[in-house]
Design a binder for this molecule. Sequence first.
Ligand code: DGL
Length: 291
Amino acid sequence: MRIGRIGVFDSGFGGLTVLRELLATLPDYDYVFLGDSARAPYGARSFEVIHDFALECIEALFGMGCPLVVLACNTATARALRTIQQRYLPVRRPDLRVLGVVRPSAEALAGLPPGAIPGVTPPAMAEGTVAVLGTAGTIASDSYRIELSHLAPRLRVVQQACPLWVPLVEAGELDGPGTDFFVHRYLDPLFAPGDPPARILLACTHYPALLPRIRAAVPGGVELISQASVMAERLADWLVRHPEMETRLSRRGTREFLTTDDPDWFSEAGGRLLGQALEARRIRILPVAYP
Ligand code: DGL
Protein backbone atom coordinates (compact mmCIF):
# COMPACT_ATOMS: atom_id res chain seq x y z
CA MET A 1 0.00 0.00 0.00
CA ARG A 2 1.26 3.52 -0.80
CA ILE A 3 1.51 5.08 2.65
CA GLY A 4 5.12 6.27 3.01
CA ARG A 5 6.65 9.69 2.60
CA ILE A 6 10.19 10.42 1.45
CA GLY A 7 12.26 11.78 4.33
CA VAL A 8 15.00 14.27 3.43
CA PHE A 9 17.58 15.11 6.07
CA ASP A 10 20.30 17.71 6.48
CA SER A 11 22.24 19.02 9.44
CA GLY A 12 20.73 22.44 8.73
CA PHE A 13 18.82 23.94 5.84
CA GLY A 14 21.38 23.37 3.06
CA GLY A 15 19.58 20.16 2.10
CA LEU A 16 16.67 22.30 0.94
CA THR A 17 18.75 22.93 -2.21
CA VAL A 18 18.40 19.18 -2.87
CA LEU A 19 14.72 19.09 -1.93
CA ARG A 20 14.08 21.95 -4.35
CA GLU A 21 15.31 19.82 -7.25
CA LEU A 22 13.50 16.70 -5.97
CA LEU A 23 10.26 18.69 -5.95
CA ALA A 24 10.92 19.88 -9.50
CA THR A 25 11.76 16.39 -10.82
CA LEU A 26 9.53 14.18 -8.63
CA PRO A 27 6.72 16.52 -7.54
CA ASP A 28 3.99 13.95 -6.89
CA TYR A 29 5.57 12.24 -3.88
CA ASP A 30 5.03 13.31 -0.27
CA TYR A 31 8.09 14.72 1.49
CA VAL A 32 9.19 15.46 5.06
CA PHE A 33 12.30 17.61 5.41
CA LEU A 34 14.19 17.61 8.71
CA GLY A 35 16.99 20.11 9.38
CA ASP A 36 18.91 19.59 12.61
CA SER A 37 19.76 23.29 12.88
CA ALA A 38 20.07 23.22 16.67
CA ARG A 39 23.18 21.03 16.30
CA ALA A 40 24.49 22.36 12.95
CA PRO A 41 27.06 22.61 11.61
CA TYR A 42 28.11 18.98 11.80
CA GLY A 43 31.22 19.53 9.65
CA ALA A 44 33.93 19.71 12.31
CA ARG A 45 32.39 17.17 14.73
CA SER A 46 33.82 13.73 15.38
CA PHE A 47 32.84 10.61 13.46
CA GLU A 48 30.97 9.21 16.48
CA VAL A 49 28.96 12.36 17.13
CA ILE A 50 27.95 12.81 13.48
CA HIS A 51 26.94 9.14 13.36
CA ASP A 52 24.75 9.46 16.46
CA PHE A 53 23.13 12.74 15.37
CA ALA A 54 22.40 11.39 11.88
CA LEU A 55 20.99 8.12 13.22
CA GLU A 56 18.70 9.97 15.64
CA CYS A 57 17.33 12.15 12.83
CA ILE A 58 16.89 9.17 10.50
CA GLU A 59 14.96 7.35 13.23
CA ALA A 60 12.79 10.44 13.75
CA LEU A 61 11.91 10.35 10.03
CA PHE A 62 11.29 6.58 10.10
CA GLY A 63 8.99 7.19 13.07
CA MET A 64 7.02 9.69 10.99
CA GLY A 65 6.26 7.11 8.35
CA CYS A 66 9.17 7.47 5.91
CA PRO A 67 10.30 4.09 4.54
CA LEU A 68 12.98 5.93 2.53
CA VAL A 69 15.30 8.64 3.87
CA VAL A 70 17.62 10.67 1.65
CA LEU A 71 20.64 12.11 3.44
CA ALA A 72 20.92 15.49 1.73
CA CYS A 73 24.10 16.05 3.71
CA ASN A 74 27.59 15.05 2.61
CA THR A 75 29.00 15.14 6.12
CA ALA A 76 26.38 12.72 7.45
CA THR A 77 26.72 10.52 4.35
CA ALA A 78 30.51 10.45 4.49
CA ARG A 79 30.73 9.86 8.23
CA ALA A 80 27.69 7.74 9.03
CA LEU A 81 25.93 6.16 6.04
CA ARG A 82 28.04 3.06 5.59
CA THR A 83 27.81 2.09 9.27
CA ILE A 84 24.06 2.72 9.31
CA GLN A 85 23.50 0.75 6.09
CA GLN A 86 25.72 -2.16 7.06
CA ARG A 87 25.28 -2.46 10.83
CA TYR A 88 22.07 -0.71 11.88
CA LEU A 89 19.44 -1.18 9.18
CA PRO A 90 19.86 -4.96 8.67
CA VAL A 91 19.37 -5.56 12.40
CA ARG A 92 16.84 -2.89 13.40
CA ARG A 93 15.11 -1.69 10.22
CA PRO A 94 15.56 -4.32 7.49
CA ASP A 95 12.62 -3.04 5.41
CA LEU A 96 13.66 0.65 5.41
CA ARG A 97 16.26 2.38 3.24
CA VAL A 98 18.68 5.28 3.62
CA LEU A 99 20.40 6.79 0.57
CA GLY A 100 23.26 9.28 0.59
CA VAL A 101 24.77 11.88 -1.70
CA VAL A 102 28.34 10.67 -2.06
CA ARG A 103 27.94 7.73 -4.45
CA PRO A 104 25.58 9.49 -6.92
CA SER A 105 27.73 12.62 -6.90
CA ALA A 106 30.93 10.62 -7.46
CA GLU A 107 29.25 8.81 -10.36
CA ALA A 108 28.29 12.14 -11.91
CA LEU A 109 31.80 13.52 -11.40
CA ALA A 110 33.20 10.42 -13.11
CA GLY A 111 30.73 10.85 -15.99
CA LEU A 112 29.09 7.48 -15.25
CA PRO A 113 25.38 6.71 -15.59
CA PRO A 114 23.34 6.09 -12.42
CA GLY A 115 23.72 2.76 -10.63
CA ALA A 116 27.41 2.07 -11.31
CA ILE A 117 28.74 -0.74 -9.13
CA PRO A 118 32.45 -0.60 -8.29
CA GLY A 119 34.13 -3.82 -9.36
CA VAL A 120 31.25 -4.69 -11.71
CA THR A 121 30.58 -1.63 -13.87
CA PRO A 122 33.66 -0.93 -16.02
CA PRO A 123 35.43 2.15 -14.62
CA ALA A 124 35.06 5.47 -16.38
CA MET A 125 37.93 6.49 -18.63
CA ALA A 126 37.63 10.11 -17.54
CA GLU A 127 41.00 11.81 -17.12
CA GLY A 128 42.30 15.14 -15.88
CA THR A 129 41.83 16.89 -12.57
CA VAL A 130 38.62 17.36 -10.62
CA ALA A 131 38.17 19.12 -7.30
CA VAL A 132 35.87 18.19 -4.44
CA LEU A 133 34.94 20.96 -2.00
CA GLY A 134 33.35 19.94 1.29
CA THR A 135 33.23 20.34 5.03
CA ALA A 136 36.20 19.32 7.16
CA GLY A 137 34.36 16.08 8.05
CA THR A 138 33.60 15.17 4.45
CA ILE A 139 37.15 15.82 3.28
CA ALA A 140 38.72 14.05 6.30
CA SER A 141 36.62 10.95 5.54
CA ASP A 142 38.29 10.70 2.10
CA SER A 143 34.98 9.25 0.86
CA TYR A 144 35.04 10.95 -2.53
CA ARG A 145 38.63 10.02 -3.28
CA ILE A 146 37.93 6.39 -2.33
CA GLU A 147 34.73 6.19 -4.45
CA LEU A 148 36.44 7.84 -7.40
CA SER A 149 39.51 5.60 -7.18
CA HIS A 150 37.15 2.72 -8.06
CA LEU A 151 34.77 4.53 -10.41
CA ALA A 152 37.32 6.53 -12.44
CA PRO A 153 40.87 5.50 -11.49
CA ARG A 154 42.49 7.85 -14.00
CA LEU A 155 40.96 10.97 -12.50
CA ARG A 156 43.21 13.10 -10.33
CA VAL A 157 41.13 14.20 -7.35
CA VAL A 158 42.03 17.32 -5.40
CA GLN A 159 40.09 17.83 -2.17
CA GLN A 160 39.60 21.11 -0.35
CA ALA A 161 37.92 21.60 3.03
CA CYS A 162 35.96 24.86 3.29
CA PRO A 163 35.13 24.94 7.01
CA LEU A 164 33.73 28.47 7.10
CA TRP A 165 31.26 28.21 4.21
CA VAL A 166 28.49 26.38 6.14
CA PRO A 167 28.60 28.86 9.06
CA LEU A 168 28.41 31.73 6.52
CA VAL A 169 25.35 30.19 4.85
CA GLU A 170 23.66 29.34 8.16
CA ALA A 171 24.23 32.97 9.21
CA GLY A 172 22.73 34.27 5.93
CA GLU A 173 26.05 35.88 4.90
CA LEU A 174 25.74 35.07 1.21
CA ASP A 175 27.64 38.02 -0.29
CA GLY A 176 29.79 41.01 0.62
CA PRO A 177 33.56 41.42 1.00
CA GLY A 178 33.79 39.16 4.08
CA THR A 179 32.13 36.29 2.26
CA ASP A 180 34.25 36.88 -0.85
CA PHE A 181 37.37 36.71 1.29
CA PHE A 182 36.50 33.19 2.44
CA VAL A 183 35.29 32.12 -0.99
CA HIS A 184 38.68 33.03 -2.45
CA ARG A 185 40.56 31.61 0.50
CA TYR A 186 39.46 28.06 -0.35
CA LEU A 187 39.22 28.37 -4.14
CA ASP A 188 42.40 30.25 -5.04
CA PRO A 189 44.81 27.45 -3.99
CA LEU A 190 43.12 25.14 -6.52
CA PHE A 191 44.15 27.47 -9.32
CA ALA A 192 47.76 27.99 -8.30
CA PRO A 193 50.14 27.13 -11.17
CA GLY A 194 50.08 23.39 -11.84
CA ASP A 195 47.19 21.21 -12.88
CA PRO A 196 43.97 23.15 -12.19
CA PRO A 197 40.63 21.31 -12.04
CA ALA A 198 38.33 21.30 -15.05
CA ARG A 199 35.35 20.33 -12.89
CA ILE A 200 34.47 21.19 -9.31
CA LEU A 201 31.94 19.29 -7.23
CA LEU A 202 30.27 21.36 -4.54
CA ALA A 203 30.14 18.43 -2.11
CA CYS A 204 28.09 20.18 0.53
CA THR A 205 24.42 20.91 0.12
CA HIS A 206 24.85 24.37 1.68
CA TYR A 207 27.28 25.57 -0.97
CA PRO A 208 24.77 26.32 -3.78
CA ALA A 209 23.69 29.27 -1.61
CA LEU A 210 27.15 30.75 -2.36
CA LEU A 211 27.05 29.81 -6.05
CA PRO A 212 27.08 33.36 -7.49
CA ARG A 213 30.19 34.21 -5.43
CA ILE A 214 31.85 30.84 -6.21
CA ARG A 215 31.16 31.24 -9.92
CA ALA A 216 32.66 34.73 -9.86
CA ALA A 217 35.79 33.39 -8.17
CA VAL A 218 36.64 30.50 -10.55
CA PRO A 219 38.07 30.92 -14.04
CA GLY A 220 35.59 30.75 -16.93
CA GLY A 221 35.27 27.29 -18.46
CA VAL A 222 35.48 25.46 -15.14
CA GLU A 223 32.36 23.31 -14.69
CA LEU A 224 30.61 23.55 -11.33
CA ILE A 225 28.62 20.41 -10.55
CA SER A 226 25.44 20.83 -8.55
CA GLN A 227 24.58 17.90 -6.31
CA ALA A 228 20.95 18.92 -6.20
CA SER A 229 20.24 18.15 -9.84
CA VAL A 230 22.44 15.03 -9.68
CA MET A 231 20.41 13.73 -6.73
CA ALA A 232 17.07 14.44 -8.39
CA GLU A 233 18.07 12.70 -11.61
CA ARG A 234 19.58 9.71 -9.80
CA LEU A 235 16.79 9.29 -7.25
CA ALA A 236 14.28 9.19 -10.12
CA ASP A 237 16.39 6.44 -11.70
CA TRP A 238 16.76 4.59 -8.37
CA LEU A 239 12.99 4.55 -7.85
CA VAL A 240 12.51 2.99 -11.29
CA ARG A 241 15.03 0.28 -10.38
CA HIS A 242 13.48 -0.32 -6.93
CA PRO A 243 9.75 -0.90 -7.43
CA GLU A 244 9.57 -2.63 -4.02
CA MET A 245 10.19 0.81 -2.47
CA GLU A 246 8.53 2.98 -5.09
CA THR A 247 5.18 1.23 -4.64
CA ARG A 248 5.27 2.03 -0.91
CA LEU A 249 5.57 5.78 -1.48
CA SER A 250 2.43 7.90 -1.35
CA ARG A 251 1.76 10.54 -3.98
CA ARG A 252 -0.42 13.32 -2.71
CA GLY A 253 2.15 16.06 -3.25
CA THR A 254 2.33 17.07 0.43
CA ARG A 255 5.38 18.66 2.08
CA GLU A 256 6.25 19.02 5.75
CA PHE A 257 9.20 20.99 7.17
CA LEU A 258 10.74 20.20 10.54
CA THR A 259 13.61 21.79 12.40
CA THR A 260 15.23 21.29 15.77
CA ASP A 261 15.71 25.06 16.25
CA ASP A 262 13.61 28.20 15.87
CA PRO A 263 10.94 27.45 13.21
CA ASP A 264 10.43 31.10 12.24
CA TRP A 265 14.10 31.58 11.46
CA PHE A 266 14.22 28.23 9.64
CA SER A 267 11.16 29.16 7.57
CA GLU A 268 12.58 32.51 6.58
CA ALA A 269 16.13 31.43 5.75
CA GLY A 270 15.06 28.04 4.38
CA GLY A 271 12.40 29.53 2.13
CA ARG A 272 15.13 31.43 0.28
CA LEU A 273 17.05 28.21 -0.44
CA LEU A 274 13.90 26.28 -1.36
CA GLY A 275 12.74 29.07 -3.65
CA GLN A 276 9.26 29.07 -2.13
CA ALA A 277 7.63 29.97 1.17
CA LEU A 278 7.65 27.25 3.81
CA GLU A 279 6.28 26.92 7.30
CA ALA A 280 8.46 24.86 9.61
CA ARG A 281 7.58 23.19 12.89
CA ARG A 282 10.02 22.48 15.70
CA ILE A 283 10.56 18.93 16.90
CA ARG A 284 12.71 17.33 19.58
CA ILE A 285 15.08 14.57 18.59
CA LEU A 286 15.34 11.57 20.91
CA PRO A 287 18.51 9.54 21.51
CA VAL A 288 18.61 6.12 19.88
CA ALA A 289 19.55 3.31 22.25
CA TYR A 290 22.01 1.38 20.17
CA PRO A 291 25.50 0.16 21.10
N1 DGL B 1 24.87 20.45 4.18
C1 DGL B 1 25.84 19.67 4.91
C2 DGL B 1 26.70 18.87 3.94
O1 DGL B 1 26.30 18.64 2.82
C3 DGL B 1 26.55 20.58 5.85
C4 DGL B 1 27.25 19.86 6.90
C5 DGL B 1 27.51 20.63 8.16
O2 DGL B 1 26.57 20.77 8.96
O3 DGL B 1 28.64 21.03 8.38
O4 DGL B 1 27.78 18.42 4.27
